[in-house]
Design a binder for this molecule. Structure first.
Ligand code: B12
Ligand code: SF4
Length: 436
């Protein structure tokens, strides 16, 4: 069967920006989900290619490509940010050839499948992890068998999945686009595990509706064999780990560091962690820094304990400050995310966050105005209390910007507060807002 996967990542920037902004990762990095589904289907004997809509110039060009390819099945990854172009793509496909079987998956499809089931241009919706069930659908179609309109993806054993097929995308774009400022090229992104054991209310339960309640991680051997393969193909010099909390299992990290060193890898590493994990595992952080970790993304979120508790973050203000000290001690640069303008946040509480940013002085400060993400507990709170400012409840816009998001927040005051931050912070604020 001929399968085309589509990454509709033009929700913010629109068509035709990839060449103009080679260092904007949102325009360049591959999407692991589609690269994983694609390679799995290929392994089972299907012919798979991919359209990355970010590289196209117009809907006319999209139409031409679909007409030319005329595949049997098209699978589209649907996120909130890209759900409009995704829906339009389904419509265009069905206008060109109603016989092409269309499949929707991804986080939007998982959290709000009923929104997609309403749409006649979509034949099947697969929720959760797609590798096994998408391929089962292809096998059924090949045999002329029926398949349910909606199915829940079977959770795969991560070690049994083939290495993702990065070259379904134009991979040189990711090789030449770092995540952590000034990381050397070639750069690759990696994922070791899926799921997160924490329960932050601005993130869950949406995230675990895709990956389940439990954190799963590939074996160290499995990860190392992928890195070996990437080294022989691309000789990479930096890695960004997309795992939500790369450092969640210290035992795994120690084993990984030993294997990474023994295999002679020396790429610089960026990964995500949490303040509480860093404070409880300073030795682990030291070990990671010894093998090349030089950037940690830490969601400090707030400098106020009531707000941290409201977010169910599971961390303390003291841990935020201490985690930053530990990173500095071990020469790890901090990519720090903060949220301002949360429901019920007072001016004093927002001030605590600004003070924290000024005290910690992260190398890359990323403070933004809180965006309620559909499928999360805080989003439900905002809906229940009529706080959303936007009319379309699925239109989240960019999280990384400074525009008003919810009612009851004095954004003018927050603008004044954030204006007092360092030029570096303001620069990152401008850079991040480029496409708004
Ligand atoms: C890496 C990442 C990014 C990168 C994206 C790089 C890229 N090109 O993919 C960057 C930094 C650019 C980014 C941006 C954003 N992100 Co982001 N991101 C992630 C992160 C950490 C990893 C994504 C990933 O690779 N996961 C692993 C793969 C294997 O999973 P997957 O993509 O979901 O795919 C599986 C299933 O969804 C399904 N599936 C996916 N597509 C399809 C298609 C079909 C046909 C089928 C059948 C199945 C299927 O099968 C796949 C394999 O099992 C996730 C958190 C997470 N752990 O997933 C957040 C996450 C997805 N991001 C999130 C958000 C909010 C954003 C932004 C809106 C932030 C912003 N800038 O404003 C944007 C939106 C970008 C967009 N175009 O949608 C949220 C989404 C929350 C929600 N409820 O929707 C998440 C869950 C983080 C969080 N915990 O809150 N992100
Ligand atoms: S914000 Fe991070 S730590 Fe919290 S639940 Fe989401 S992925 Fe897990």
């Amino acid at each position: 069967m001929k399968i085309t996967l589509i990454y509709p990542g033009i929700g913010i920037a629109g068509f035709g920006k990839t060449k103009q902004f080679p260092l904007n990762g949102e325009l360049q990095w591959i999407q692991h989900g589609l690269a994983s589904i694609g390679v799995y289907a290929k392994r089972e004997g299907h012919e798979v290619d991919l359209i990355d809509m970010r590289t196209l110039d117009s809907w006319e060009q999209f139409e031409k490509i679909i007409t030319l390819k005329n595949p049997d099945v098209i699978g589209i990854s649907v996120s909130y940010l890209d759900h409009k172009p995704a829906l339009k793509a389904f419509e265009v496909i069905k206008t060109i050839n109603p016989k092409i079987v269309t499949v929707a998956g991804g986080i939007f499809a998982t959290v709000f499948p009923q929104e997609l089931l309403k749409n006649d241009n979509i034949n099947h919706v697969i929720t959760g992890e797609g590798e096994i069930t998408f391929t089962a659908l292809l096998d059924a179609l090949k045999k002329g068998e029926s398949f349910p309109r909606i199915s829940k993806g079977i959770t795969p054993d991560l070690d049994s999945l083939p290495n993702i097929d990065r070259e379904l995308f134009d991979y040189k774009r990711e090789l030449n686009c770092y995540f952590a400022p000034w990381h050397p090229f070639p750069h690759v992104t990696m994922i070791a595990g899926r799921g997160c054991p924490y329960n932050c209310s601005y993130c869950q339960p949406a995230e675990r509706s895709v990956f389940g309640r439990y954190f799963r991680i590939r074996s160290v051997e499995n990860v190392i064999q992928e890195l070996r393969d990437l080294r022989s193909k691309y000789d990479f010099k930096s890695i960004t780990w997309w795992d939500d909390t790369f450092t969640v299992s210290p035992g795994w990290i120690y084993k990984f560091c030993d294997a990474y060193k023994k295999e002679g890898f020396n790429a610089e590493i960026a990964a995500c962690s949490r303040a509480d994990i860093i404070c409880k595992n300073e030795e682990m952080i030291k070990r990671l820094s010894e093998v090349g970790l030089n950037w940690l993304v830490i969601g400090f979120e707030s400098g106020n304990q009531r707000i941290l508790d409201l977010l169910n973050k599971g961390t303390t203000v003291e841990q935020n400050y201490k985690a930053a000290e530990i990173c500095k001690k071990h020469k790890i640069k901090i990519f720090a995310t903060f949220m301002l303008g949360l429901p019920t946040e007072t001016k004093e509480e927002a001030g605590d966050t600004i003070r924290m940013i000024k005290t910690i002085k992260p190398e890359y400060p990323s403070p933004f105005y809180f965006t309620p993400i559909p499928g999360t507990d805080v989003y439900d709170y905002c809906i229940k209390n009529g706080l959303l400012l936007r009319e379309d409840p699925f239109e989240i816009g960019r999280t990384a910007n400074f525009i008003p998001k919810i009612k009851g927040v004095d954004y003018k005051y927050l603008d004044t507060l954030t204006a007092s931050l360092s030029p570096a912070t303001l620069l990152s604020r401008i850079a991040k807002a480029l496409f708004d």
